[in-house]
Design a protein around this ligand. Structure first.
Ligand code: HEM
Length: 227
């Protein structure tokens, strides 16, 4: 098992790091009135990313497909047992324990972004705001467990899983590797996110619930001063 094989295609890696950045950004701006719009914009980006991942989980490459990491409770228990025995079973894609965190992260990401966007657009009441806060806080807890799990698994398997999420490559049997990186699709995903930020910052565009920059009090005040 010394050869490196391609496990994570480019769209999955791009999705992962964009999701990590947008969740972190949305979480740290969540309590601030000043950064409300950034929080909301990142919520839209998060929702778009998860929407993309739900489709890619059906039509994507071998290890990106949900079916490849949908494990029965017995398999999850067996994997955890093998970890405690110091002989963890090796999986080319997501391992059974990690997959639980991944489904939770996707579900909580969906719930927190939808409840947040609905609250900002004044749909629903206080309970929706509370649901938003609860789902975001729970997601943070799962992210911490997820990162700890990545380090523990990396140690137990003597492989750098975080690096694999950057390069896409892991040690494995050549027959287990995927054939295509789909770089174009990852770049398209990145371009869509950048385009959204660009349109908001420079083209005076804003999605529902957000005020275009030119109509914000600071901009209006500045225009008055310039006149
Ligand atoms: C806010 C932070 C993060 C979130 C929301 C997050 C979320 C996720 C999700 C949803 C997946 C599944 C990827 C997929 O199949 O689409 C995943 C996998 C993964 N993440 Fe993260 N992640 C975060 C931070 C990190 C960090 C900081 C690291 C590195 C230390 C990391 C390393 C990994 C690795 C290695 C995998 C693949 C796990 C495996 O080998 O089975 N993640 N993450």
């Amino acid at each position: 098992m010394n050869s490196k094989i391609l496990v994570w295609d480019f769209p999955t890696r791009t999705f992962h790091w964009l999701l990590a950045l947008s969740f972190t950004g949305a979480f740290v701006t969540g309590d601030s009135e000043r950064y409300r719009d950034i929080n909301l914009l990142l919520g839209y980006i998060l929702l778009g990313l998860i929407g993309f991942r739900l489709i890619w989980g059906i039509v994507g490459t071998r290890y990106a497909r949900f079916i490849s990491f949908l494990f029965a409770p017995r398999a999850i228990a067996g994997y955890v047992r093998s970890m405690f025995q110091g002989k963890p079973q090796h999986y080319a894609g997501h391992n059974p324990a990690g997959s639980v965190a991944i489904f939770l992260l996707l579900g909580l990401g969906l719930l927190s972004s939808l409840s947040g966007l609905a609250s900002y657009n004044e749909i629903g009441g206080e309970w929706l705001e509370e649901l938003h806060e609860l789902s975001a806080n729970t997601m943070l807890a799962v992210v911490i467990v997820h990162i700890a799990g990545v380090f523990v698994s990396s140690f137990l398997h003597r492989e750098n899983l975080a690096r694999a999420m950057i390069t896409g490559a892991k040690p494995g049997e050549p027959a287990e590797g995927i054939q295509h990186r789909h770089v174009w699709l990852g770049l398209l995903l990145l371009a869509a996110v950048l385009a959204m930020g660009y349109a908001y910052l420079y083209k005076d565009w804003a999605p529902p619930g957000l005020t275009p920059l030119s109509q914000q009090p600071v901009a209006t005040e500045k225009r008055k001063q310039d006149d």
